[in-house]
Design a protein around this ligand. Sequence first.
Ligand SMILES: [Zn+2]
Length: 202
Amino acid sequence: MTMRNMAVAFALGLALAFSLEAPAQARKAAVPSPQAEDLALKAEDPSLQAETPFMRLAIAEALAGIRQGHGGPFGSVVVKDGKVVAKGHNKVLQMHDPTMHGEIDAIRGACRALGTHDLSGCEIYTTGEPCPMCLAACLWANISKIHYGCTIADNTRIGFRDETMDKQLGGRKGLRGYLIPVDRKACLSLFDAYLKLNPRRY
Ligand SMILES: [Zn+2]
């Protein structure tokens, strides 16, 4: 190999190494990673102690997701016969998947755990009132009740678009009694902690 060919080969090698490295760096940059100390609130904080034990678990799940930079402050727990079947949290940023909301993550986990697509007899506890997609997913999965903390208007306050989409789709007046508000105060503390991080929205 001549000196010139060696130089070309070296340059090509460098270019290849850079092109292999670049997507990994881009992936890293796409996910904000708030440090644990940035999130002042811990699961044990009195303000997060929901009265409902399953909502307490949903809040802890959401906090773990925020701490890892996975996405918004949305945690969900699927329960059957008084026992937790699966937990999930929002992983939109981590997975590069706009459908990976907390409820979807928990529903998928519950279906895997129970070996079925039919979650009849299951209830879901979720820190934020479900967006139209998750509400439809709960209906498709035959979830019998949805217990939500923050309202869809609270989701708007922390920068998410659920309410706008809901209006575009005609609202949810026909689902009163299916959607049951619970522990909004504790879930609002979670949302406020998230807001303080000035996180990236999607
Ligand atoms: Zn959703």
